[in-house]
Design a protein around this ligand. Structure first.
Ligand code: CA
Length: 229
C-alpha cells in the first residue's frame, strides 16, 4: 500500500502530539495545522488522503472547514473524520450532514483512532472498486436488492419497501454512521412515505431481525450505523 497522507487540524498541542505520533508510528505521512485558517490552506495545498478535524478551533471552526472542504471540487472527495468533545453530538450530526465520514469523541484511545482512520480509508477504496453490490451477506443475513428479498438463516422475512430501503442503505455502508436526516433524504427522498419518522422504520426492522438486531446499531444522539464486518 502506498503511504497515505493524513492531515490533522487540532489546536490542543497535547492531542495533536498524540495524533501525530500514533499515526506516524503506523506509517502514515502526517501533516498538521493548529488553527482553522492554516488547516484549510494545508488541505487545499497538500491534498491528503484523509483529514482529522477538530471541531472547536480558533479562527474558522471545524464545521465551517468541513463545509468548505466538502463543497469545493478539489477537496470534496477527501474523507473527513471529526474529532469532537463529549456532549457535542449535535455538532456531529451537523458535520455528518455536511459530508463528514466519521467521528471520534475525546478522550479517544490512539489505537481506536488509528483503526477508524484505516476503516474510513478502506471504505473509500471499496466503494471505488465495487460501486454497486446487490447482495449483502453478514452473520447469516442475506439482503438481495435485485430480488427485494431478505433471508435470515435461510428464512425469508418480509419488509416494507421503506424498511427494505433503510436496511439496504445502512448495510451497503457498514461502519458508517448516518443521521436521521441523511437516511430520510437518501433512502426516502424520492419515495412518497406516509411516515417520515426514521426511528419507527428502524424499530420495525430491528423487530424483524430478531436475534440479529445487533446488526443495526443506534448511535445515541447521532443516528444509526450498520455493524462493520
Ligand atoms: Ca479544540
Amino acid at each position: 500500500m502506498a503511504v497515505k497522507k493524513v492531515a490533522v487540524i487540532e489546536d490542543e498541542p497535547d492531542i495533536l502530539d498524540i495524533l501525530v505520533y500514533n499515526l506516524g508510528r503506523e506509517g502514515f505521512d502526517v501533516v498538521s495545522a493548529e488553527n482553522g485558517e492554516e488547516g484549510l490552506a494545508l488541505v487545499r495545498q497538500k491534498k491528503p488522503d484523509i483529514v482529522l478535524l477538530d471541531l472547536m478551533l480558533p479562527g474558522i471552526d471545524g464545521l465551517e472547514i468541513c463545509r468548505r472542504l466538502k463543497t469545493e471540487a478539489p477537496t470534496s472527495s477527501i474523507p473527513v473524520i471529526l474529532v469532537t468533545a463529549k456532549g457535542e453530538e449535535s455538532d456531529v450530526v451537523l458535520g455528518l450532514g455536511l459530508g463528514a465520514d466519521d467521528y471520534v469523541i475525546k478522550p479517544f484511545s490512539p489505537r481506536e483512532l488509528v483503526a477508524r482512520v484505516k476503516a474510513v480509508l478502506r471504505r473509500g477504496e471499496q466503494s471505488a472498486s465495487q460501486d454497486k453490490n446487490d447482495r449483502i451477506e453478514i452473520d447469516g443475513l442475506l439482503i438481495d436488492a435485485s430480488k427485494y428479498k431478505v433471508m435470515l438463516e435461510g428464512q425469508e422475512i418480509s419488509f416494507t419497501a421503506t424498511e427494505f430501503g433503510v436496511l439496504f442503505y445502512l448495510a451497503s455502508h457498514p461502519g458508517r454512521v448516518f443521521t436521521r436526516e441523511q437516511l430520510i433524504n437518501k433512502v426516502l427522498g424520492d419515495v412518497v412515505v406516509v411516515d417520515r419518522n426514521i426511528d419507527v422504520h428502524v424499530r420495525a426492522i430491528r423487530k424483524k431481525l430478531g436475534s440479529h438486531q445487533y446488526l443495526v446499531e443506534t448511535i445515541r444522539g447521532v443516528g444509526y450505523r450498520f455493524k462493520e464486518n
